[in-house]
Design a protein around this ligand. Sequence first.
Ligand SMILES: [Zn+2]
Length: 340
Amino acid sequence: MGICQAFLLELSDAKSKPATLPSMRVRILGSAAGGGFPQWNCACPNCRALRAGTLRGKARTQAQIAISSDLRSWFLLGASPDLRAQIEGTPELHPCEHPGQAALRQSPIAGVVLANADLDHVVGLLLLRELQPLQVYATHSIRRILKEDNSMFAMLQRVPGQLAWNELVPGTMFPLRDPAGEDSGLRCRALSLAARYPAYVAASRQSELVPGQASLGLFVESPSGKRLAYLPAVPQIDDVLLKELGSSDVLLFDGTFWSDDELIRIQGSEGNPQTAQQMGHVPVSSPEGSLSKLAGLRRPRRIYVHINNSNPMLNEDGPEYRQVREAGWEIAEDRWQFDL
Ligand SMILES: [Zn+2]
């Protein structure tokens, strides 16, 4: 077994065509909100119809993005609970030997950037133990929640040189480096979006955390200056955010809920469901929703991600799906990839 098969394939592709390697490849490994689609305990119309095989729509795993500038080192945006299957389903992310290096544990995954501490965004970190060196980029507050309050994360730092935490400061650009410290050429910057921490963070701890470090939008710049925006949880759309989005080339945006009262309508009062806004998500529809608020954006390719199983736009025969597509938006599916 020689060097990565996936990389060899890319090289032979590049030889047969004049094309060079992309300056950033983006793979959408998962496109659903927490719980996935269908969700294990959900009998909403979407989940029921998908299980019955009567829905024109796709099953989806929990949101997960991977990016690379050289197709050898990959960085994950978030770490989903479905990460193990998502890695196995993606040949580029399989471990491989490199010439001159003896170690057998050679994952191409170099690091992880965390946008928030939601379970569907961080639990996958625990699946990346097994003594794999990794760089993790997170705000000071998110690091405290995971490291100081959740002792399981100590498994990621059993030996020196295993996982390196890098403090991410919102507003400040930083390079994504592999575990050996080599610069990937990718640059990342985070924008503070919300002061809301997940419900599992105790009130006493919340009072010690910095509000602006809770939930972020991530902007990744390729070596050629193209910008990817990844915002899986957006509580409101203001002028600062609009400006940032307008200068991006591809936008992966919060498509969690279609309407503010979506969960309440599905669940009734059972389980005390919250509105989309209470959960930190601007809905897709309504005058205050993203479809309307972002209608003026011309530059970026616009793609909804982090889609909850209850969202009617998952039904490709429905009026909501048609409305989104006619407005120029795409609805992300697992295993999509593109270059920018
Ligand atoms: Zn459902």
